[in-house]
Design a protein around this ligand. Structure first.
Ligand SMILES: Cc1cc2nc3c(=O)[nH]c(=O)nc-3n(C[C@H](O)[C@H](O)[C@H](O)COP(=O)(O)OP(=O)(O)OC[C@H]3O[C@@H](n4cnc5c(N)ncnc54)[C@H](O)[C@@H]3O)c2cc1C
Length: 372
């Protein structure tokens, strides 16, 4: 085997969270690699909402593609590759260890590469569980939604459905009453799992419960054939059909946390990764950002998480400033010895110079307001 490539920071997952961490650590001078296997929730976003200054014509994939170009522009490495295992090494050596006192060092094996890194960031997201309804999935983002904060605005004049039988389905159905007076809660032939209080609460809201199984989804016929299809409604097992403007499927999340769990990172009851305010997990040197960590599943929040982790990793890895304790350790007599300040490595310095001399940088562009 050839020697693994050496990095300071390895990010697993190229959605908004991971791309932000990688951009920060790269621009803060740390040799960074990001692995992205293709997929994720950002790839399902046809129109990005709630991103200040970004047009809603932009899709999640476009946003990510521009961010990859930015990352590479500043010298970060992008591997379109799935990480298959992450293990802890001893102090940069080859033997696996569980010695918690040694400096953390990790080995990542992907489908086509093996690399070692000082810090690992999981930005692996989760998968929305969806009901098995024939033809439904093709309407994702076009009548079938998973994010109330992103898409309720577009469904304001209903009729709207919420598919599900859990507490969160009942909660979203009642919340949709803020937007429309026409809300159906589709139990899809399942027994409700919410408690008595929620049941009483739900009864008091103008939400229609529909028990019967949902058999299939059909197109909105009013959409032109050359336009992407939009969900028109559902056919039910009792032979009825109902038209909807759109709605939400609430079947929970399957967190992509297996690699982190295998390293010993703590998970919450729902399977999300537990992190502190720096987005560090319970394992030293291992961070987690974005949807894989919590229930606030939004692009902007994933980006914020990514920035927190990037800054925390920089503070953790950087050489300067040295603390008085570190300086005193090497003190000889009254004066501190002169510090050896190597600056950035030559290849990074050259990259910084190249970027400085350019007049343009990659990133999402569109006409500015008022521009001809
Ligand atoms: C249909 C839909 C519409 C949405 N609309 C909006 C919206 O308008 N506005 C908004 O703010 N939010 C929206 N969201 C939510 C938003 O997409 C997420 O909150 C955001 O993408 C989370 O970013 P992330 O980086 O944490 O995770 P993700 O975007 O899910 O990215 C995780 C990445 O990790 C990669 N990965 C996983 N495992 C591995 C591995 N082993 N090796 C390599 N790569 C791996 C995946 O391929 C994926 O690209 C929407 C979500 C959906 C599903």
């Amino acid at each position: 085997m050839t020697d693994p490539l050496e990095y300071e920071v390895a990010v697993v997952g190229g959605g908004p969270a991971g791309l932000t961490t990688a951009l920060y650590t790269t621009r803060l001078g740390h040799r960074t690699v990001l692995f992205e296997k293709e997929g994720g929730r950002h790839a399902m976003v046809s129109h990005v909402h709630n991103m200040p200054g970004v047009s809603e014509d932009v899709s999640g994939q476009e946003l990510a593609a521009h961010a990859v170009a930015q990352l590479e522009h500043y010298g970060g490495d992008f591997y379109p590759d799935a990480v298959e295992s992450v293990s802890r090494l001893d102090d940069g050596g080859d033997e696996r260890t569980t010695d918690a006192d040694s400096d953390p060092r990790f080995r990542l094996e992907s489908t086509h590469a093996t690399i070692d890194a000082d810090r690992v960031v999981f930005a692996t997201g989760f998968r929305d569980r969806s009901p098995e309804v024939s033809e439904l999935e093709r309407f994702t983002g076009r009548g079938l939604h998973y994010c109330l904060h992103c898409d309720a605005y577009t469904l304001g004049d209903g009729p709207v459905f919420v598919l599900g039988h859990t507490e969160s389905a009942a909660h979203v159905a009642m919340t949709m009453c803020n937007f429309t007076a026409d809300v159906d809660l589709l139990l899809n032939d399942r027994e409700p799992e919410w408690d008595e209080d929620t049941d009483a609460q739900l009864d008091a809201h103008p939400v229609d419960r529909i028990d019967t199984a949902v058999v299939s989804a059909y197109d909105d016929e009013s959409i032109d054939a050359d336009e992407p299809p939009w969900l028109g409604g559902f056919a039910f097992a009792d032979g009825t059909e109902r038209d909807y403007l759109g709605g939400f499927a609430m079947y929970g999340s399957a967190y992509n946390a297996d690699l982190a769990a295998a390293l010993g990172c703590e998970l919450g009851d729902d399977g999300a990764l537990e992190v502190d305010e720096d987005r560090e997990t319970s394992v030293d040197g291992v961070y987690a950002v974005g949807d894989v960590t919590h229930g606030q599943n939004q692009t902007t929040i994933a980006i914020g998480d990514g920035a927190y982790a990037g800054l925390a990793i920089h503070k953790d890895l950087r050489t300067f400033p040295k603390s008085l304790d570190e300086l005193e350790e090497t003190e000889d007599g009254d004066d501190f010895p002169a510090l050896d300040v190597p600056g950035s490595p030559p290849d990074l310095r050259a990259q910084m110079r190249r970027v400085r001399e350019l007049e343009t940088h990659p990133g999402l562009r569109g006409p500015s307001p008022g521009r001809e």
